[in-house]
Ligand binder design. Structure first.
Ligand code: NAD
Ligand code: LMR
Length: 311
């Protein structure tokens, strides 16, 4: 199976690295506009083959989309990341044009591909890709919820002082500092509700830390994070290529689910070889429903700014 990753920067290259050493795909193509950059990243990753022991063929391309032909999955990470003090939403002006042109280019060579959108503001970039390409909703998937959920489990593991892999939890809603909804009510430690071990105050702190998880890392690193984002994309791509049918919160088109229409927002999804195979419409309580509606309002406002790009 072949995966193209457009944008060979921090997130794209990390994703290629994880896909290769975990043997998720037989072939990975990295593409970037910076001359020689994707080729260099691909060569560096390929030189890990004998030490980490993988057989994935990794190659790079400077803006030559013919090398991406026949991809089963295309990941879009091209665009600019935020700097400390910025929101993801401030990136829309530059990233919208980049994401739209990349989506057009990849489809010319891989008309059957499933597209995973990563560039920020991710929910709006996913909506843009869907509208600009006219592809069916199962083939356009925004990655944010997998990452936010992994951060949620990280913060829960710290609060509980227990291994992160013993914790279950999901973040739905928008992939934004104020639009994410960590579902603390449904999180569990090996099936036992975390509320049995943590006070409401501690749970509120976990939720707040999760929501600004990306901003915290951006403050520490000077640019946004890449290890967990790249690994989260690889996790999603694995479920698609290997038809794992994992339930992963992803940004997908809602058509009545969760009371929303004509918006891409994070909800639990079954992800398999067709891409989005099912939206799992879980019962939210009144407070969670109100948060989801508020999150949708914010993302819808952002989507309205796409008018000039979509004409
Ligand atoms: N959805 C998420 O969970 C998530 C997580 C992390 C980062 N992001 C977003 O992903 C994007 C990339 O982040 P990064 O840290 O890898 O940034 P980066 O600057 O390290 O890499 C971006 C790359 O895109 C390339 N690029 C720009 N325009 C291009 C074009 N038209 N065609 C091909 N390549 C192009 C650049 O040359 C650069 O190498 C940012 O928008 C960031 O906010 C999203
Ligand atoms: O925080 C960012 O701007 C990048 C990404 O969306 C993240 O959550 O790490």
């Amino acid at each position: 199976m072949k995966v193209t990753i457009v944008g060979a920067g921090n997130v794209g290259a990390t994703c290629a690295d994880v896909i290769s050493y975990r043997g998720i795909a037989g072939e990975v193509v990295l593409l970037d506009i910076k001359e020689g950059f994707a080729e260099g990243k691909a060569m560096d990753i390929s030189q890990c083959a004998t030490t980490t022991g993988f057989n994935t063929k990794v190659s790079g391309s400077t803006n030559d989309y013919s090398k991406t032909a026949g991809s089963d999955v295309v990941v879009i990470t091209s665009g600019i990341p935020r700097k400390p003090g910025m929101t993801r939403e401030e990136l829309i002006g530059i990233n919208a044009g980049i994401v739209k042109s990349v989506a057009d280019n990849v489809l010319q060579h891989s008309p059957e591909a499933i597209i995973v959108v990563v560039s920020n503001p991710m929910d709006t970039m996913t909506y843009l890709t869907l509208k600009a390409t006219g592809l069916p909703k199962n083939r356009i998937i925004g990655m944010g919820g997998a990452l936010d959920s992994s951060r949620f489990k990280y913060y829960l593991s710290k609060a509980l002082n227990k291994p992160a892999n013993d914790i279950q939890g999901m973040v739905i809603g928008g992939h934004g500092d104020t639009t994410m909804i960590p579902l603390t009510r449904l999180a569990s430690y090996n099936g036992v509700p975390v509320s049995e071990f943590l006070s409401q105050e501690a749970l509120d702190k976990v939720a707040a830390d999760t929501m600004v998880g990306g901003a915290t890392l951006t403050g520490l690193l000077g640019t946004s994070a890449w290890y967990a984002p790249g690994a989260s994309v690889a996790y999603l791509v694995d479920s698609i290529l290997n038809d794992q049918k994992k339930m992963i919160p992803c940004s997908v088109l809602l058509e009545g689910e969760y009371g929303q229409q004509d918006i891409c927002l994070g909800v639990p999804c079954i992800i398999g070889k067709k891409g989005l195979e099912q939206i799992v419409d879980i019962h939210l309580n009144d407070n969670e429903k109100a948060l989801f509606a508020k999150s949708a309002d914010a993302v819808r406002n952002m989507n309205a700014d796409l008018k000039s790009v979509l004409v």
